[in-house]
Design a protein around this ligand. Structure first.
Ligand SMILES: Nc1ncnc2c1ncn2[C@@H]1O[C@H](COP(=O)(O)OP(=O)(O)OP(=O)(O)O)[C@@H](O)[C@H]1O
Length: 245
């Protein structure tokens, strides 16, 4: 196993129940501890509302924990790729691509050079001057994925981004991610699909009601997950004993 690039130590995250700063806190993640190792693709699985996207936002540094600590290697850049976040919708696809690439540490000159690759990969060159607010979900996914493929972050965080778009794009994005993974990209992949997670990940973190239910080899954790939650959104029918590792 390579050295750890990021470590979560008893991390807890609470949202307030309302905008009132004195309102009660709702703990959506509790006592989360794990290491992310350089070069691995860690899968994150769990039912709706379990806390997976919140975990990715913590990994991306968009939000800070209310409890515990998150440590990471110096200078590490992560990029969160999700359907709901990251674009300024009133700006064009072109401007969003430049902005994202610059945020990822590219110079403006480099960003302009890389946009050609974004256009080529996304297949939506004809829309690049249009405002992102006019894009379909699939077109936004294409743009986001294409930017991420040019951005080369140290940690790529993918929130339900595989399996979006049409058949052609699913194949294309799956192939591109596979190439990335084989070239030592560190990534965290959130998906409801055990099949997708099995395809890309050696290790899986299963989050259940904001806590670590299991962490270990993909096959072990996913077998147990599928056994206890056979259909998406169903409650597990029994308590499991998967080993945390
Ligand atoms: N900004 C917020 N303010 C208050 N509560 C929030 C906020 N964001 C998320 N939550 C709550 O935190 C919990 C975890 O949400 P999160 O989006 O992390 O779950 P998830 O596992 O990604 O779910 P899904 O599989 O449905 O996408 C949910 O109960 C959600 O309602």
């Amino acid at each position: 196993m390579n050295r750890e690039i990021m470590t979560f130590d008893n991390v807890g995250l609470a949202y307030r129940r309302s905008l009132n700063p004195f309102s009660e806190k709702n703990w959506v993640l509790k006592d989360i501890s794990f290491q992310l190792y350089r070069g691995e693709v860690l899968g994150v699985i769990g039912r709706n509302g379990a806390g997976k996207s919140t975990l990715l936002r913590l990994l991306a540094g968009i939000i800070a924990p209310n409890q515990g600590s998150i440590s990471k290697e110096r200078g590490i850049r992560s990029q969160l790729l999700t359907l709901n976040l990251g674009f300024i919708h009133k700006l064009s696809g072109f401007d969003n691509a430049i902005m994202s690439l610059v945020t990822q540490g590219k110079t403006i000159k480099e960003a302009h050079e890389l946009v050609a690759g974004v256009i080529d990969f996304s297949g939506i060159g004809h829309l690049m001057d249009h405002s992102v607010s006019t894009y379909s979900a699939g077109e936004r996914a294409r743009l986001g994925f294409a930017i991420a493929m040019q951005a080369t972050p140290d940690i790529l965080l993918l929130d339900e981004m595989l399996g979006v778009g049409d058949k052609e794009f699913k194949v294309k994005s799956g192939k591109a991610l596979k190439e990335r993974v084989q070239s030592d990209q560190t990534a965290v992949l959130v998906s409801h699909s055990p099949t997708t997670i099995r395809k890309f990940c050696e290790r899986v973190l299963w989050i259940e009601e904001g806590a670590v239910k299991a962490l270990g080899p993909a096959d072990t954790v996913l077998d147990e997950y599928e056994e206890t939650a056979p259909t998406r959104g169903n409650s597990p029918s029994k308590t499991t004993t998967a080993t945390a590792a």
